[in-house]
Design a protein around this ligand. Structure first.
Ligand code: KG4
Ligand code: ZN
Length: 350
């Protein structure tokens, strides 16, 4: 079956599907406008196990995906025939989880005779900024801080970005989740650490090694280990310690370096705008620090609403719009990939 596509359309209607981790999400975006945005999360079940159990995530996606997509189309006030293309996250993420979204998107696109678009999850996180500020135009520098990635990116055009620096080991969100676990807080740890930190003070010394050497790289394993060692040592000695102070000290160290390097990168690249994305960009302390640092340095900041920082399908549809305009479509051979390079885009699905 051959689909003819008019990829010159200014504001195409794209259905986005996301299933890379524990959120089954579907959304409809028209150009840079969100028409609908649906999410079913298995985070509540996952939190019983202290993290995402891949098999549980895959089953939850299988149960939810059809209803979530149906709701997204219905709530967008459109009919199936109005959709210009189906965009789906093909990587990176949990293989079994991704496969549910990819298989569903392929079947859906095939049945409706619509083109298919393969979206890199990370490019989706970047694209969330366009939904928040429809007039946003490259060049800009982005702080990407999620559970799987931590990087500073320089977006040159809507389709092209360079990686200025990235984590050399753990992602910042992963460090939040691990520290939360040691403090006896639930998964996902980020919001719980944020809450605990509001009751504490950043008074516990933290290692400086997280600067990850020079440039714009990061390292979080040293910070994570230092926090874990601190808690274990105190417990072994039978000494009481403030979990709130640990949370505040960790949060301030983990985020301080992100903000500092993002602003330095924006200044070095000579851009006037900074954007942020990824689950950790939903952190109130990060948002306030980045806002203050950008203001101080005369930089405009585009900070997507918290809901569009954590995983969602509107950002996948938004990146789908860019790929649609580039005429970059996938075919029925598309498959899910657990790990892909940060900047990867499939050209014609390959
Ligand atoms: O982008 P995301 O939803 O999924 C990935 O692509 O990884 O990010 C999830 C990560 C988790 O590690 C979670 O703990 C963290 O984002 N996160 C936060 C906050 N909300 C979510 N970290 C710090 N503060 C938050 N408020
Ligand atoms: Zn994500």
């Amino acid at each position: 079956m051959k689909t003819t596509v008019n990829s010159k359309k200014e504001n195409p209607i794209i259905l986005g599907i996301e299933s890379s981790c524990d959120e089954t999400a579907a959304a409809v975006v028209q150009g840079r406008k969100i028409l609908s945005d649906e999410i079913a999360s298995s985070a509540n079940i996952q939190s019983l196990y202290g993290g995402v159990v891949p098999e549980i995530a895959s089953r939850a996606h299988t149960d939810a995906v059809a209803a979530v997509v149906e709701r997204a189309v219905k709530n967008a006030g459109i009919e199936y025939k109005d959709i210009d293309a189906v965009a789906v996250t093909y990587g990176a993420g949990l293989l079994g989880a991704l496969l549910v979204g990819v298989s569903f998107a392929k079947a859906f696109a095939y049945a409706l005779n619509k083109p298919l678009i393969a979206v890199n999850h990370i490019r989706g996180h970047l694209a969330a900024a366009y939904l928040d500020e429809p007039t946003l135009k490259p060049p800009f520098v982005t702080l990407l801080a999620s559970g799987g990635h931590t990087a500073i990116l320089h977006t040159k055009t809507e389709a092209e970005f360079e990686i200025l620096g990235a984590t050399l080991d753990d992602a910042v969100g992963e460090a939040f989740d691990k520290v939360a676990r040691v403090l006896g807080l639930k998964y996902p740890g980020g919001p719980h650490i944020e809450r605990a930190a509001t009751e504490g003070k950043p008074v516990i010394p933290m290692p400086k090694m997280l600067k990850g050497g020079g440039g714009y790289n990061f390292s979080y394993s040293g910070l994570k280990t230092a926090v874990i060692n601190y808690c274990h040592t105190m417990e072994q000695r039978g000494e009481a310690y403030s979990k709130a102070d640990v949370a505040a000290s960790f949060q301030s160290a983990a985020i301080g370096v992100l903000v500092e390097k993002t602003v330095a990168a924006a200044k070095e690249k000579g851009v006037s705008t900074v954007t942020a994305g990824g689950g950790v960009a939903a952190n109130g302390y990060l948002r306030a620090s980045l806002q203050a640092a950008c203001q101080k340095n005369g930089l405009a900041l585009v900070l997507p609403e918290k809901r569009y920082c954590t995983d969602n399908a509107a950002m996948i549809a938004a990146e789908g719009v860019t790929q649609f305009k580039l005429g970059n479509f996938a075919d029925m051979r598309l498959t899910a990939k657990a790990s892909i390079p940060l900047a990867a885009t499939l050209t014609n699905g390959k």
